[in-house]
Design a protein around this ligand. Structure first.
Ligand code: ARG
Length: 657
């Protein structure tokens, strides 16, 4: 049962005669911040009293009079200015936790309305190795997929890979001109990635070299303007002084930006100039950027040679990505990449034009959204379709073929503008009933608070990151096992397996436990800490509970079948029970708000609540057999909830660490 929902529904009934729309007031029932006020608290009496011009305490008493909750709560109390404090009844709690024992779903209710959801993740661009930037979409997407499915929705994971983009033109150009055949035969994806970087570097070189004189000139001009502005006599008037300060600040900002651009261009030029081989390639391929774009255009136009190359590259690229997915435990129901939608793009554009939603502007076809300056370009001037066109075709496909009513996009916050325009356009196009959500996330930062990079400044490869985490986890597992009081307990194979579970779990949990919108600093020390809000702590907590059963020689399945009764006499028993019963709330909240951190937070609190219980209430040495059984049942439920909760986050557990 979702207790919060149950209480709110009782409040809705009680509030109905007192206002037109009781729902928002009923939603003011919340878990109590402090256990001394009870388990839940309602603060609806204050705003409602204001609306009705009555005294809040009196209204609170009236609400209580109308409230039918005697079966689950002690008589409610009014506190302070009109808070209604709710305390769950002990006997009711006992019956409820008891009912979890035989419940596969551990009390988690199914959503009242089952939705048909597509989660679009991690959708990387193909032919470039997956890097740390793909981590968040993978991990958040997978958690949402699992949580929503468990909540009773029909969920489809669709890996919308970027398999048709401009990177292919670059790779095809690279393949035609710079291929190292032996390297390609050894490691196709590695060689394609090298070609991609090479073509990119040479294009950047020419662009930088071409733009540098103009940029340098602009920098000089800005500096001169800055100097003369600084030299001008200071105005006496206050407003003019402010205006002058503002314009000086603006100039100095512009100068800094330009300076950075110049420096970056100079770096790109020097990197090629200082390498004889690169320099000679650069001079024999002066129009490489245009040429690569033409290769893309040829591919899109169905050129047989380029299409054959594309078909040749894809399997190796997909296999390389699959390796990462396997490691992360990701499974997709669909992998419909951008290429899948190519046949539909022309029709998408003409349909939008026919309906007057898209118009021609400067030779391009665009959708203009009120209040947004930038146009949403669906066909470029050269006739090329865009990321936007494909996403629109994808929406139509999902609605028509999959009957999707909810689309979730766990994608980097930097694509916020794209999704805003996409959703608005889709609504105009007739998909107003679809619940579109950009589950946007921030950037992973390094110690220097800048986007996480390797020491040499490259993006961090996802595979090597996972390897490093497992290596570090292995050291922790070794140290912990080596120092066990009765000597090591784990075999070599156990240790390796546990290190994989701990290493991968640490990375995932560190990501999921953040408010997804905020950037976070990647820290091995923090994410692998054995205490605090980490996967490692949760996994140890789980193993510790399992250890109780091992030591007591308890068969957990049999324990559940004995029909033993749960009693909640001690305060710590009661708190643990309330916590266990709130699993449903945590899952509902994490799923409906697309925020897995509600679930990590819940699990952390559960582990803490168990540890207080375990300190205060002897389990194996309980005073009586009945009490021992009751406490073992609570321990078993705790273990099941932690394991299930972590599983819904895509994190594995082991019984012994
Ligand atoms: N391929 C894109 C990228 O790597 C992400 C795609 C996200 N999904 C989507 N339907 N636009 O940036």
């Amino acid at each position: 049962m979702n207790i919060l929902f149950e209480l709110r529904s009782r409040f809705r009934t009680a509030l109905a005669p007192l206002c037109d729309d009781p729902a928002p007031f009923a939603a003011m029932v919340k878990p109590a911040q402090d256990a001394k006020f009870g388990d839940y608290q309602a603060n609806c009496a204050m705003p409602l009293a204001k609306q009705r011009g009555v005294k809040p305490q009196e209204l609170a008493r009236e609400i209580i009079g109308r409230l039918d909750i005697a079966d689950l709560c002690e008589p409610p109390e009014v506190a302070g200015p009109g808070f209604i404090n709710l305390r769950l009844r002990g006997d009711w709690l006992e019956t409820q936790v008891q009912s979890l024992v035989g419940d596969e779903r551990l009390g988690v209710t199914r959503a009242a309305q089952s939705r048909n959801i597509v989660v679009d993740y991690p959708s990387p661009n193909v032919a470039k190795p997956m890097h740390v930037g793909h981590l968040r979409s993978s991990v958040i997407g997978d958690a949402l997929y699992r949580i929503l499915k468990f909540s009773g929705h029909t969920v489809t994971s669709d890996n919308h890979i970027g398999d048709w983009g401009t990177q292919f033109g670059m790779i095809i150009y690279g393949y035609k001109h710079f291929l190292d055949r032996a390297a390609y035969d050894r490691d196709a994806v590695g060689e394609l990635a090298r070609l991609y970087r090479l073509v990119n570097q040479l294009s950047d070189y020419h662009e930088a070299a071409g733009g540098l004189p103009d940029m340098t000139q602009r920098l000089a001009a800005t500096r001169a303007e800055q100097k003369s502005a600084e030299a001008a006599p200071a105005p006496t008037d206050k407003t003019e002084q402010e205006a002058r300060k503002k314009s000086l600040r603006k100039l100095s900002g512009e100068a800094t930006d330009l300076q950075e651009h110049v420096a970056s261009a100079e770096r790109k030029i020097a990197a090629v100039d200082n390498d004889a081989a690169l320099k000679s390639m650069a001079s024999s391929h002066p129009n490489i950027a245009t040429a690569a774009r033409e290769e893309t255009a040829k591919l899109h136009a169905g050129d047989p040679e380029n299409l054959a190359l594309w078909r040749q590259f894809m399997p190796a690229c997909l296999a390389a990505m699959q390796k990462v997915y396997d490691r992360l435990g990701l499974q997709f129901d669909l992998t419909l990449g951008e290429s899948h939608y190519q046949p539909f793009l022309a029709d998408v554009v003409s349909d939008l034009q026919r309906k007057g939603i898209a118009v021609e502007s400067d030779g391009a076809v665009c959708v203009f959204i009120a209040g947004v300056e930038a146009p949403f370009i669906i066909r470029k001037r050269d006739g090329a379709y865009t990321y936007a066109t494909t996403d629109l075709a994808t929406i139509r496909y999902r609605v028509e073929k999959l009957h999707t009513d909810t689309m979730l996009y766990p994608v980097d916050a930097r694509q916020g503008d794209h999704f805003r325009l996409l959703f608005e356009t889709a609504r105009k196009w007739g998909y107003g009933d679809v619940d579109f959500r950009h589950a946007s996330f921030g950037t992973i930062l390094g110690d220097d608070k800048k986007p996480f990079k390797t020491r040499s400044g490259d993006t961090v490869g996802l595979e090597s990151l996972l390897d490093e985490s497992v290596t570090r986890a292995r050291a922790i597992v070794d140290a912990s096992d080596d120092t066990k009081p009765a000597g090591p307990e784990l075999s070599e194979a156990d240790r390796a397996r546990i290190a994989e579970v701990v290493g991968i779990g640490a990375i995932k949990y560190a990501d999921l436990s953040q408010n997804r919108e905020t950037d976070y600093v990647f820290s091995w020390e923090k994410m692998l800490a054995t205490t605090g809000d980490t996967a490692t702590y949760m996994q140890y907590a789980y193993a510790r509970v399992c250890g109780i059963f091992r030591r007591g020689n308890v068969d957990r399945e049999a324990l559940r079948r004995t029909g033993g009764q749960i009693v909640l006499d001690a305060r710590a028993e009661r708190s643990l029970a309330v916590q266990l019963l709130r699993f449903s709330e945590a899952i509902e909240q994490a799923g409906s708000e697309c925020r897995p951190n509600y679930l990590t937070q819940y699990l952390f609190e559960t582990a803490n609540s168990f540890s207080t219980f375990f300190e205060q209430c002897p389990v194996l040495k309980a005073e009586s057999e009945a009490l021992r059984t009751s406490r073992l049942l609570l321990a078993d439920l705790t273990a099941r909830i932690i394991a299930r909760g972590l599983d819904l986050l895509g994190i594995e557990t082991v019984e012994q660490m």
